[in-house]
Design a protein around this ligand. Structure first.
Ligand SMILES: [Zn+2]
Length: 303
């Protein structure tokens, strides 16, 4: 049986918020089965915000959550790391409204999770298995989920910039593929937008230490981690935003020129389209692809 997981022990790190520029301490703490992923603000009465679409707030430059007066910003890179490593239940404590940006990627969070260790719980994990297509388009921006035997992402981006025209990538997402190919991809911005962000009191913590900055003729950081680091980071963002449905998804996510606003609108729509998916446990033979016998499928689907 495929079981829920949490962390083996508590672990902490310190970083700065990308938009606020404030120093923040982040702690990840083990939690019981069916607790889900919840944020807790230790600076305002230990109040909690669950990481679900019901608490979405602020989705322009990053994904934010709020419950009553309690807000948490820039949750997507941490969520992507947690769900890709298979952490279903965790309490995320912050002493500031923003998850630290670290190096702009999810790699530091993967490192933290591995340092804490993963603990299996007795309870079965439920997956949201797509059985009919779900899609949204807004102008030339599109996002869709199709039935598939695995969680797979195809993402394409196109920009009007000499260094970044069109990039596209398809990847089956597993802990290994995410850790190697997606987690290290950093967030990016265009130099011409940095001044506008600063004037609006945003990206105050932004620097070449935590974002790729594209100038007119080159990348100000000197080097990229991957030739197509930009589209890889879009995949990272999409995985983090999709985590807000509250279950790991089995399906093929296909997105073109989307962003946080469309990703999160889509996460809401998925939960509304109840005829397009069902909740399954992987011990359930009915959840397996018709062409695969249980005997062969079990090792491939096991964690
Ligand atoms: Zn991002």
């Amino acid at each position: 049986m495929d079981r829920q997981q949490t962390l083996r022990r508590q672990i902490s790190c310190v970083g700065i918020g990308l938009h606020s520029g404030n120093k923040v301490t982040l702690s990840l703490k083990p939690a019981a089965a069916d607790f889900g992923i919840r944020f807790r603000r230790t600076d305002i009465g230990h109040r909690e915000v669950p990481a679900t679409v019901q608490h979405l707030a602020g989705i322009q430059l990053a994904t934010g959550l709020a419950s009553d007066e309690v807000a948490v910003e820039t949750v997507e890179h941490l969520l992507a790391a947690l769900v890709s490593v298979g952490i279903d239940n965790v309490l995320v404590e912050l002493n500031s409204p923003e998850v630290p940006i670290m190096d702009g990627s999810a790699a530091p969070f993967i490192y933290l999770i591995h340092e804490a260790g993963v603990k299996r719980l007795p309870e079965a994990r439920k997956y949201l298995k797509i059985i009919r297509p779900i899609a949204i388009s807004r102008g030339d921006k599109r996002i869709a989920l199709y039935p598939s035997d695995h969680f797979k992402v195809t993402y394409s981006v196109s920009y009007d910039h000499p260094l970044l025209r069109h990039q596209s990538r398809t990847l089956r997402i597993t802990e290994e593929s995410f850790t190697e190919h997606i987690a290290p991809a950093r967030t990016f911005t265009f130099l011409k937008d940095v001044e506008m962000l600063r004037q609006n009191g945003l990206a105050l913590g932004g620097s070449l230490e935590n974002a790729i900055v594209l100038g007119e003729t080159g990348v100000l950081n000197n080097a990229l981690r991957f030739e197509d680091e930009f589209v890889r980071h879009k995949i990272l963002d999409a995985i983090g935003d999709l985590a807000l449905v509250g279950y790991p998804v089995i399906g093929h996510l296909v997105a073109h020129r989307a962003g946080h606003a469309l990703h999160t609108e889509f996460a809401v729509k998925i939960l509304e389209e109840t005829h397009a998916w069902r909740l399954v446990e992987l011990s359930d033979a009915a959840a397996l692809p018709v062409s695969m016998g249980l005997k062969h499928a079990a090792p491939r689907l096991a964690n």
